[in-house]
Design a protein around this ligand. Structure first.
Ligand code: 5BU
Length: 458
């Protein structure tokens, strides 16, 4: 068996790499993928560990790679660098893949001389970005880097280019296409799905919508009135921006709306986080909505049985059904929740996906939510989600977790940038902190509005 295949077998047998076409994995970036790789488990298998360390050494020997030191990329490359350095009785260092060190820490740890040649050891190459950052760190420290060896590569298009630009030879013990072949041989993957899986690394951003699209539905004769109005407002104002006004006093919210009201098609509220709520607040908000021509979406995320949500929607102190143009709901409780929220004036948005890390809304759940929406299309006008997997003009997709730059917060929120969110097919971007925490929320909202509308209409 070739080395590439043998290593692929190790990766599959230890479940370091998992393939799943039917239920793709979701990366931290929100990208959906049929492959998930966590090579860290490999160090727990002594025999396999030995086999992999030997494969690294074979690559060094077969290619006559010249070097003075072995450099592991922190953290996952470190154990492999240690096994190799130990076997070859050579010095070892490790290097952080973060561009900025924290406080007193060095980027490269261990002893070396300027002009030393290093072979860089890495466990996984996805885009190659962090490996290249590590290699650059070594170069900046005066170390010569000509070669990098990794256990596995996703063989993404831009990887090769990155390594060519840095003039570094990339060697890998195994790769995505060999692994897919081995997975078919071992019945982990059907031959039929192999080609679809292999398409992923060509265009990771769009792979999911391409393969999980349900049938495209033609323009319906009649549409929900709230949806028609929303589409009209969007066109009139050239805006597909929804601002999440997550502020906790009525004054702060009303002041914000004064500043951003002209730029948005939709204002999203969490009415139950307001500390000084009074019915007058609603009157003022509705007046502003009329003046500034936007609609109101109460992000209540109903999640109970029909009878309870009906009370939460219509009664209590908020009387949401009297003032919101739309509200949203989880489909977890089943169709009863949609029965409880049926309303001719207030439209419904269903949660098909969430932006938070580790959320439990699987592709299967998404599909069920879409089926329920189709069944209740008189009331349901859209989804909260990240990927337009259902192309049906009766529904709009709205995406939260959007900022000018990708990132995360401390409580699990995951941000996409405006362009990537819209490229995944969303109709409306929902932006909270990106706007209301800006120094000048009005100017910031305008930036988001212009960028989102331009990208949406490209
Ligand atoms: P942010 O400040 O831009 O992170 O606010 C995002 C808003 O969208 C906030 O009001 C959340 O409650 C809301 N949200 C979300 O972030 N992610 C989701 O999946 C859903 C709603 Br559903």
């Amino acid at each position: 068996m070739s080395r590439q295949k043998k290593i692929a077998e190790y990766l599959l047998d230890t479940k370091a790499v998992k393939l799943n076409f039917d239920e793709p994995f979701t990366y931290a970036s929100g990208i959906r993928s049929p492959i998930y790789c966590d090579n860290r488990v490999l160090i727990s298998h002594p025999k396999i560990r030995k086999g992999i360390a030997k494969a690294f050494i074979d690559v060094i020997k077969e290619n006559n790679l010249e070097f003075d030191i072995i450099a592991g990329v922190a953290t996952s490359g470190i154990p492999w660098a240690a096994f190799i350095a130990e076997e070859l009785e050579k010095p070892m260092v490790y290097v952080r893949s973060k561009a900025k060190g924290h406080g007193m820490t060095n980027l490269v740890e261990g002893e070396f001389k300027e002009g030393d040649k290093a072979i860089v050891i890495e466990d996984l190459i996805s885009t190659g970005g962090s490996s290249l950052t590590a290699a650059k760190g070594l170069k900046e420290a005066g170390i010569i880097v000509n070669d990098l060896i990794a256990i596995f590569t996703y063989q993404m298009k831009k990887t090769e280019e990155g390594f060519n630009n840095e003039k570094i030879n990339l060697h890998t013990l195994s790769d995505f296409s060999t692994l897919a072949e081995k997975a078919v041989e071992k019945n982990y993957l059907s031959a039929e799905n192999k080609d679809k899986v292999l398409e992923w690394n060509q265009d990771p951003q769009n792979w999911y919508s391409k393969h999980y699209q349900t049938e495209e539905i033609k323009e319906p004769e009649t549409k929900n009135k709230v949806l028609l109005k929303l589409q009209k407002v969007m066109k009139e104002k050239k805006s597909n921006l929804c601002v999440a006004a997550d502020l906790t006093t009525t004054k702060e919210i009303l002041d914000l709306v004064e500043e951003i009201g002209d730029k948005i098609c939709l204002l999203k509220t969490h009415i139950d986080i307001i500390e000084d709520f009074t019915p007058e607040f609603i009157t003022k908000l509705q007046k502003l909505a009329k003046e500034k021509n936007f609609m109101i979406f109460e992000d209540r995320k109903f999640a109970d049985i029909g009878n309870t949500v009906k009370h939460q929607f219509e009664n209590g102190i908020y009387h949401i059904a009297d003032w919101a143009d739309m509200v949203n709901a989880h489909v977890l409780p089943g169709p009863g929740i949609l029965e409880g929220l049926k309303n001719d004036k207030v439209a419904l948005i269903l949660l098909q996906e969430m932006s938070s890390k580790g959320n439990l809304l699987t592709p299967d759940y998404t599909k069920k939510a879409q089926e329920m929406a189709q069944e209740y299309s008189n009331y349901v006008i859209g989804f909260i989600g990240l990927n337009k997997t259902l192309k049906d003009p009766r529904f709009m997709l709205m995406t939260p977790g959007v900022k000018l730059e990708k990132g995360t917060d401390k409580l699990g929120q995951q941000y996409n940038d405006v362009e990537s969110a819209i490229k995944k097919g969303t109709d409306i971007i929902i932006v909270g902190r990106g706007i209301y925490q800006a120094e000048d929320p009005g100017a910031e909202a305008q930036k988001y509005q212009e960028l989102a509308w331009k990208t949406y209409n490209k």
